[in-house]
Design a protein around this ligand. Structure first.
Ligand code: FES
Ligand SMILES: [Fe+2]
Length: 438
């Protein structure tokens, strides 16, 4: 349980806010590349409480500038995409991709006023299906050499989805290894052969035990947390009958991402990106260590559950997330279908727009949540005191040396779970068609 003041400090994201200033020191996913694949590549983007417009100019370069025209505030999303920039339809002021006003066609011919008019604009970079923006001061940081960034484009699929809640509670479900045994419990086990593109449907590593059964039968994981250069490594141990141990390694990537195994073939690296204080997008990068990702199938599976252009889930609070009492009695723990994204969405949205953490009671299995808040508090203090070098991944370390992060499921036959997880990861990387060496 924390004070209201601390809850505000950790959750709010607008310019000048405590957590918002920390988040602004890291690249943020702004949009999927897919979103610009249209005849008129102009899309609204709301990020960290700021209203922006993303467009591709006629040179094929990206611009991310203020959504409201610096003249009198009209919506630039309706702008005319012409003359290698975006022109406001109200009085024709024209902006290039850097946000500079280059023309004011209604002002006197000799006016040089436009030289002093500039919209906000942020640097951007495209990586494996996601357009990233840097909204902080100074030069943007480098990207770490994570698997999702270094794998070739054929082996990474990116998608996003809207959750109507604060980003921190969305992140906290991802660093909570205990919930999988309950929230995602299936009372029946599906055929693991039908598992492509889905989480927790495979059989557990080196066994014929469906993950669903393993999670159900062993609900009390022993959770270990280790701080790393990028954030935290979480190890959840489930001690099975017969002396074997199931080891699940997941990660938190500071300040707002997780990296988790999805199946034996793929990992998910997922950012929980604040739209504003009360809404966020998850942006996932599904990375294959085997063959190329079947992107058409992955996209189709996910588009069936979301509506465009907002990537809003079709199951949501307005239809009780598809809740069905009969299903809850016999098939799933939640009664909300088999898509585990819906379960997580219900869990985090049902807390309220910003979870009231003055009323919570954290247990032993919430250890990573506690550690993460501590890291965020330290980062907030560091930014306030001008100690940027104390932020994770800002300490002068060559980010190209940060790889992985290792995330997998493994079975230790003899109790040496640390060795088992390392060996299973090394095997996967050795067989990987792209250079996945760590
Ligand atoms: S409000 Fe945009 S040009 Fe006038
Ligand atoms: Fe979950």
């Amino acid at each position: 349980m924390i004070s209201q003041e601390m809850n505000d400090s950790l959750t709010r994201v607008g310019p000048g806010s405590d957590a918002g200033e920390v988040l602004r020191r890291y690249w943020q996913p702004a949009a999927l590349l897919d979103e610009l694949e249209q005849a008129r590549p102009v899309v609204p983007v709301k990020l960290l409480g700021e209203d922006l417009v993303l467009f591709r100019d006629s040179e094929g370069e990206l611009g991310l500038i203020g959504r409201h025209c610096p003249h009198r505030g009209a919506d630039m999303c309706f702008g005319r995409l012409e003359d290698n920039g975006l022109r406001c339809p109200f009085h024709g002021w024209h902006f290039d991709r850097s946000g500079q006003c280059v023309e004011q066609p209604g002002e006197p011919e000799d006016s040089r006023m436009h030289e002093k008019i500039k919209s906000v604009s942020y640097p951007m970079v495209e990586k494996n299906g996601i357009i990233w923006a840097y909204m902080g001061p100074g030069e943007p940081p480098a990207f770490p050499n994570f698997d999702c960034f270094r794998a070739p484009g054929t082996h990474v699929f990116a998608f996003k989805g809207l959750w109507k809640c604060n980003w921190l509670q969305a992140l906290e479900v991802g660093i909570d290894p205990a919930h999988a045994s309950f929230l995602h419990r299936f009372l029946q086990d599906e055929d693991p052969a039908d598992s492509y593109g889905k989480q927790f449907r495979d059989s557990a590593a080196d066994t014929n035990i469906p993950m669903t059964k393993l999670l159900r039968d062993y609900p009390r994981p022993d959770i270990q947390v280790e701080e790393t250069e990028y954030g935290m490594k979480l190890t959840a141990l489930r001690h099975l009958d017969g002396g074997q141990t199931h080891v699940r390694v997941t990660n938190q990537i500071f300040p707002e991402a997780i990296c988790i195994p999805m199946s034996r073939e793929m990992t998910i690296t997922q950012w929980h990106v604040p739209i504003d204080d009360e809404n966020c997008y998850w942006f996932s990068m599904f990375t294959s260590f085997n063959g190329p990702v079947d992107k058409d199938l992955m996209r189709e599976q996910r588009l069936e559950e979301h509506s465009l252009p907002d990537y809003a889930p079709l199951k949501n609070a307005s239809n009780n997330y598809g809740y069905d009492a009969a299903e809850q009695a016999s098939e799933t723990y939640t009664g909300m279908g088999l898509d585990i994204n819906v379960h997580d969405q219900w869990a985090v949205e049902s807390m309220g727009a910003i979870q009231d953490r003055t009323q919570e009671h954290l247990g032993k299995t919430d250890i990573a949540i506690i550690r993460n808040r501590r890291m965020l508090r330290a980062a907030i203090a560091a930014v306030k005191e001008g100690r940027e070098q104390d932020l994770p991944m800002h300490n002068g370390l060559d980010l190209a040396t940060i790889s992985g992060p290792v995330s997998n499921d493994a079975i230790a036959k003899d109790g040496d779970w640390s060795k088992a997880t390392q060996m299973s990861d090394a095997e996967r990387r050795a067989a990987c068609p792209w250079d996945a060496a760590v």
